[in-house]
Write a protein that binds this ligand. Structure first.
Ligand SMILES: Nc1ncnc2c1ncn2[C@@H]1O[C@H](COP(=O)(O)OP(=O)(O)OP(=O)(O)O)[C@@H](O)[C@H]1O
Ligand SMILES: [Mg+2]
Length: 250
């Protein structure tokens, strides 16, 4: 079943076409690699999919519903979570607190609970805390729960950002360069986490310049350049496409 479809997405910044008639369809459970040279429009696509920036044209459907133009928090509630190329963890909060902020069901969000900390909301908070601790332990951050996010290595911060997407309970996870600039052993760890996501019913779109990483975890690869989808297929097919070879040699 198609989980996400983009039809004719267009986004311009001044004279630059960051997205140009970009269309794609992603099936439930797929892991898609999104590749392309710097400035190709990869992050812009994530920004449009998550409502961070409005598209100038085109449409996005998620689980059969139109999400074009919806606010980021509404799209997040519908089940799309992302990480950022430049991480957006709250560095002065602990690892556990960062994960807790990502839960969709936050009792404190409701006006009534500002005045009456009901037994129900205390229960929800305790349940979220238990789930967050379990997730952080499962992904190897169990001994860092109370450390400031700032104290983590860059690789651990990237891992925490990924765990935050899982805490959000998202069905579709968008990862913007999850292994760029980190130590080889952390790359291995994060790739193992990504490999395990389809088994948990998650669908993933992954932006990376690390082709080896893409080849290891992705079912299908989309190559974009100058805002356009140039080609898509298996890593082998895309790698051997003359348009891809030319773009990387330029
Ligand atoms: N908020 C913005 N304002 C103005 N121009 C922007 C903005 N965001 C992106 N752009 C421009 O749009 C184009 C696409 O940028 P984008 O960040 O999507 O590329 P990318 O494929 O993610 O590149 P990289 O691999 O370097 O991260 C670039 O020319 C960029 O300068
Ligand atoms: Mg980018």
């Amino acid at each position: 079943m198609t989980l996400l479809s983009c039809e004719g997405l267009t986004k311009r910044f001044d004279g630059i076409k960051a997205l140009s008639e970009f269309s794609c369809a992603v099936k439930e459970g797929e892991t898609i690699g999104l590749i392309g040279p710097n400035g190709a429009g990869k992050t812009t696509l994530f920004n449009v999919l998550t409502g961070f920036i409005p598209a100038d044209g085109g449409a996005v459907h998620f689980q059969g519903k139109g999400i074009t133009g919806k606010a980021p928090y509404r799209i997040a509630r519908m089940g799309i979570a992302r990480t950022f190329q430049i991480l957006r963890l709250i560095k002065r909060l602990s690892v556990l607190e960062n994960a807790l902020l990502c839960f969709q069901d936050q009792p404190g969000e409701r006006l009534g609970s500002i005045f009456f900390r009901s037994r129900q909301s205390a229960k929800q908070e305790a349940a979220n805390r238990e789930k967050a601790v379990a997730l952080l332990k499962q992904y190897g951050l169990g001994d860092k729960l109370h450390d400031l996010a700032d104290a983590l290595s860059y690789g651990q911060q990237k891992l925490l950002s990924l765990v935050c997407c899982l805490a959000a309970g998202a069905d579709l996870i968008l990862l913007d360069e999850p292994v760029a600039g980190i130590a080889p052993e952390m790359i291995e760890k994060i790739l193992e986490v990504i490999k395990g996501l389809p088994g948990q019913g998650k669908t993933v779109i992954l932006i990376e310049h690390n082709m080896e990483a893409i080849g290891r975890v992705c079912d299908r690869v989309i190559f974009m350049d100058a805002g356009e989808k140039v080609c898509e297929g298996t890593m082998e097919e895309v790698k051997n496409d003359p348009r891809v070879i030319e773009a990387y040699l330029d």
